[in-house]
Design a protein around this ligand. Structure first.
Ligand code: CP
Length: 310
């Protein structure tokens, strides 16, 4: 483990704002060493896994990462089977769980819940997604995938398409990209524009960006299109969701109009925004992102727990 990787031992992973560019790159470099790596270096370690919101990829890829490294997990994938259903506070839940494990993973529907969990525990806490706020390990696997597909993290034209208001994966990734030198295109319905604080961040860091509603405003030399589901569960008014639910539906014909060299990303799950005929598009990277989740999460767990791969 490099010296910069070693300083991550014992840290929480709550927000991408808490990490420097060098620390982000240390996560990615360490992740490369975990490709196809399976040895019981987590033997005796337990991950507490608290999911107050549904998940397939994050929950199962973290569980897979732990099990492939010889560790074990405990927790719940449905908060209705925990004592929060009886009124126990999140802080008390965390104080109990920290007696039972070595690292805590939490997904919650409320922004700030992961930060509260970290403040309530002496163990490393990993944010597996808090409301519309952040999803840091998704961002790390997104960066890992970008570097894998494009060979670099700078000098790229990157378009975000869809629900830029509520998507935490978009928020985390855009904030993190301010550490790098790229041009950003923000394509969304007017009602789902990215919140102004993210534009202020882009301005403050000198990142070049533009906003538009029209998918075909994208130029043919765009390198990456990062699409996202319209986040139905975050809308306060179902009528507003109905108005935008089919705002973008990208299929093979659409992509071929943009070009064949584009890397097409999506955090998944998809609903109808990416047609299945795109699964054979040469640049389709969304299943690779999901696969990379295990590799990146193996590295994250070991770095935060101070476990050296060697
Ligand atoms: N990308 C992602 O967070 O997927 P899940 O909601 O299935 O974990």
């Amino acid at each position: 483990m490099t010296s910069i990787a070693a300083v991550l031992e014992g840290r929480d992973l709550i927000s991408m704002r808490d990490f420097t560019r060098d620390e982000l790159l240390a996560f990615l470099d360490e992740a490369e060493r975990f490709e196809d790596f399976e040895r019981p270096i987590m033997a005796g370690k337990i991950m507490g896994s608290l999911f107050f919101e549904p998940s397939t990829r994050t929950h199962l890829s973290f569980t897979s990462a732990v099990q492939r490294l010889g560790g074990t997990t405990l927790g719940f994938a449905d908060a209705r089977v925990s004592s929060t259903a009886k009124g126990e506070s999140l802080a008390d839940t965390i104080r109990m769980v920290e007696n039972y494990c070595d690292i805590i993973l939490i997904r919650h529907h409320l922004e700030g819940a992961a930060r509260l969990a970290a403040e309530s525990s002496n163990l490393p806490v990993v944010n597996a997604g808090d409301g519309t706020n952040q999803h840091p390990t998704q961002t790390l696997l997104d960066l890992y995938t970008i570097r894998q597909k494009r060979g670099r993290l700078d000098n790229l034209k990157i378009a975000f398409v869809g629900d830029l208001k509520y998507s935490r994966t978009v928020h985390s990734l855009i904030e993190t990209l301010t550490h790098f030198d790229n041009e950003i295109f923000l394509i969304s319905p007017t009602s789902l524009r990215i919140p102004s604080e993210f534009l202020e961040d882009l301005d403050a860091r000198g990142t070049v960006y533009s906003e538009d509603e029209d998918f075909f405003s994208l130029s043919s030399d765009v390198d990456i299109i990062y699409t996202t589901r319209i986040q139905e569960e975050r809308f306060p008014d179902p009528i507003e969701y109905e108005k935008v639910k089919n705002a973008y539906r990208i299929d093979l014909e659409t992509m071929l109009r943009v070009g064949t060299e584009v890397t097409l990303m999506h955090p998944l799950p998809r609903v109808n925004e990416i047609a299945t005929d795109l699964d054979d598009y040469p640049g389709a990277a969304y299943f690779d992102q999901a696969r990379n989740g295990v590799t990146v999460r193996k590295a994250v767990l070991c770095m935060l727990l101070g476990i050296d791969r060697d």
